[in-house]
Design a protein around this ligand. Structure first.
Ligand code: GKR
Ligand code: MG
Length: 422
């Protein structure tokens, strides 16, 4: 009997879910975040789930890849990777917002391959009766800690109803947001998305967080909004306050200049986002912590390769997040559980969403952590009604690409994207 499980078909469903007016260095989140839900069907009747971005170019590339994968065995991930690379033929994507670094043709293959790999691991796990974490070497922790992810934000989208979080545009608003997030989820680490206001104001917000939460590790991430000099000023002001400073300035050279004098480690999900960026980063000592993200590091197994490289070169490892749904949270949790050197609490945008495509119950936050699902595969099932509703919302909302800057410009025509800004 052959143990092959062959792909017969792939269903790709773009969805849109409501997103608050979260501010960042390049603008503001639009009223809906876009994701694509992938269902990989097989000749044995087992279906696997994957989740990824849904910008138009990415959807087109996912479809091209899907066609190339029909007939392949879900266990042959190396062959699948090669088939995706061949199908894309050097096509190069974009991240649509500029917050996750330079995209090349090889990193485009990683972005496109990732949700297929996750879905195939889901299938392999279902077939073997084992959780995905077991296919990645086995969980070394049963609970995966995540970090509170704070944003400056407006109370509502212009012309829209206020969301339940209210406005956060100053230190008091940020501390109140942190308090609610910690009360609701129990997070033990806190990250503030910066790059929105003058650095002095963001320093003040971090100090207010330190005063309100004396024992919780704090991080600040301005997405490369500062020059080297400004970064060093902030780093000195926040000496002893931050566990790491994330992407203060653009590029590896700039980060290396900051790293030489900053008293805390520098982390990145902008200047090291692909395998070929690791070697120069290590040579320059540009960063001390890499934020992995299986959505663009080529899936869960390639993220473990990244973890091995970080371990070898004494780089810390944390995890990056964009707006995401439950399939991605499940994948992130299995990966983090099976990655011994992922010792920082992972980022997640989870608290910001009010809509979901996976059936409730599988993923719960307790004391800031998610218990690693122990059932076969990823351990999550689609809620078909919710999927249909969020797809309908995708069709009717009219958004097709993430565009934080364009949205901000429609609200404030004088807004300019500037990297670095201060
Ligand atoms: O959602 C956002 O606005 C974030 O800024 C996100 O897009 C970033 O990629 C990310 O979370 C980060 O850590 O840079
Ligand atoms: Mg970041």
């Amino acid at each position: 009997m052959s143990d092959a499980i062959r792909i017969t078909d792939v269903t790709l469903t773009p969805v849109a879910f409501r997103d608050p007016a979260l501010l960042n260095a390049v603008g503001v989140h639009e009223p809906y975040a876009l994701r694509a839900v992938l269902e990989v069907h097989t000749d044995q009747g087992i279906t696997g789930l994957g989740e990824t971005y849904a910008d138009q170019g990415h959807l087109r590339r996912l479809r091209q890849a899907a066609d190339a994968l029909v007939g392949l065995d879900v266990h042959r991930l190396g062959r699948m990777y090669a088939a995706v690379a061949a199908a894309l033929g050097g096509d190069t994507g974009s991240d649509g917002h500029g917050l996750t670094g330079m995209i090349t043709s090889s990193s485009t293959v990683d972005r496109v391959f990732s949700p297929f790999e996750v879905a195939c691991l889901d299938i392999q796990g279902k077939a073997a009766g084992r959780p995905v974490s077991d296919l990645l070497g086995g969980a070394v922790r049963d609970q995966v800690p995540f970090s509170a992810y704070l944003f400056y934000k407006w109370a509502a989208h212009p012309g829209g109803e206020p969301d339940s979080w209210g406005e956060a545009l100053d230190p008091d608003g940020i501390v109140a947001q942190a308090r609610r997030m910690i009360d609701d989820y129990g997070f033990t680490a806190i990250k503030l998305k910066g790059g929105v206001f003058r650095p002095e104001e963001e320093i003040e917000a971090v100090r207010a967080l330190r005063e309100a939460f004396p024992d919780r590790p704090l991080r600040l991430d301005p997405n490369a909004a500062w020059t080297v000099d400004t970064s060093l000023m902030v780093a000195r002001e926040l000496d002893g306050v931050l566990e790491y400073l994330e992407d203060p300035t653009p590029g590896q050279e700039g980060m290396a200049r900051v790293a030489r004098e900053a008293p805390m480690p520098l982390a990145t999900n902008m200047c090291v986002v692909a395998f070929d960026e690791l070697k120069p980063a290590v040579a320059l000592d540009a960063v001390q912590v890499v934020l992995s993200d299986h959505h663009y590091w080529g899936g869960l197994q390639r993220s473990k390769v990244l973890a091995g490289i970080c371990d070898t070169f004494d780089l810390g490892l944390s995890m990056h997040s964009n707006s995401h749904l439950g399939i991605s949270l499940a994948a992130m949790t299995h990966l983090a559980a099976a990655t011994p050197n992922l010792t920082y609490a992972c980022d997640t945008h989870w608290p910001w969403k009010t809509e979901e495509v996976v059936a409730p119950g599988a993923l719960e936050f307790r004391d800031g952590s998610v218990a690693v699902p122990t059932g076969p595969g990823l351990g999550v099932e689609l809620d078909r009604d919710a999927l249909a509703r969020l797809h309908e919302q995708y069709v009717s909302c009219g958004l097709r690409d993430r565009d934080d800057t364009g949205y901000m410009r429609r609200i404030d025509p004088s807004y300019e994207k500037k990297v670095p800004r201060w």
